[in-house]
Design a protein around this ligand. Structure first.
Ligand code: FMN
Length: 267
């Protein structure tokens, strides 16, 4: 096994959007073989969890394939039901991604009904709808999009269908033979969450999104998704554009009190 010491800052490291901490800066880092996980990052777990947010504006700069492999390696430490690991990743960039963007945009503008490959459920109501509207208001306010400005709202929606113009889109799929189990969706959520946090720890932004797979036939065709795979979700990935206003939005969370029932504890 060859030991390589990385002496200088790799080109993909940069500063956190809101603080002077250098994301993913290395101290005496050693990489022993391809795909082995880097050690010695300065960002700790809490910093990753607390600072990560969805990124909807990207620099055009490419993301090195090796870095994406490292992030997927980390993400796949996620737990899964009976360790089935039902997930796969189609990592798309360049021409194929351009074709997916064009196909998504064309079909959505033409009013082609959305076709996803998993259950969607009914439109949100009550507190779920309130939260959906809440984050939309935060985003529109940051972007200066007025409620009645139909054109800008449409542009914003189309941006989502274009995968937020990110240089990379990761399509998360799952093994069709496990499609009957809700554990499969749970496992895909776990790996996707791990992936976005791993990306953030390396200075990369992401947004998990349904918009990118609302026209799943387009994605299936241009990404060459195998027939034994079901398309679950897309994750846009790239270097955050610090000047893009929506990237500063910090979404709200319900309180621990609201979310949690403690049983058998002394008050
Ligand atoms: C399953 C799922 C689907 C999502 N779909 C979209 C989407 O289509 N478009 C979008 O802009 N954001 C989408 N998001 C991002 C959420 O809006 C975002 O995670 C949420 O508002 C919390 O904000 P945060 O990620 O910045 O903490 C999705 C997130 C998840 C987990």
């Amino acid at each position: 096994m060859v030991e390589i010491t990385i002496k200088r800052k790799p080109a993909y490291l940069h500063h956190c959007l809101r603080c002077p901490v250098l994301i993913g800066s290395y101290h005496g880092v050693r990489k022993t073989k391809k795909n082995e996980i880097f050690q010695g990052l300065t960002m700790n777990f809490d910093e990753v969890i607390l600072n990560r947010r969805s990124i909807r504006g990207y620099k055009p700069d490419p993301v090195p394939r090796e870095l994406i492999e490292e992030i997927i390696t980390l993400a796949m430490r996620a737990p899964s039901s009976m360790n089935t690991q039902p997930w796969s990743f189609y990592v798309i960039t360049g021409e194929p991604l351009a074709r997916i963007r064009a196909g998504n945009t064309e079909r959505n503008l033409a009013g082609v009904p959305h076709s996803r490959e998993f259950r969607i459920g009914e439109p949100f109501t009550g507190k779920h709808r309130e939260r959906q509207v809440g984050v939309a208001k935060q985003l529109f306010s940051a972007m200066g999009i007025a409620r009645e400005d139909k054109e800008k709202r449409q542009d914003w929606v189309l941006r989502g269908f274009r995968q937020f113009d990110a240089p990379v889109s990761i399509i998360v799929t799952y093994d069709r033979e496990l499609a009957d189990s809700d554990d499969t969706a749970f496992d895909c959520g776990a790996v996707a969450t791990a992936l976005v946090n791993a990306a953030w720890s390396r200075g990369l932004g992401t947004v998990i999104n349904s918009q990118g797979i609302m026209q799943s036939p387009v994605v299936r065709e241009h990404a060459g998704i195998a027939e034994d795979q079901v398309i679950m979700k897309s994750i846009a990935l790239g270097w955050p554009d610090e000047t893009f206003p929506a990237n500063a939005v910090v979404s709200t969370r319900k309180s621990v009190e609201e979310a949690t029932v403690f049983v058998g504890f002394e008050d």
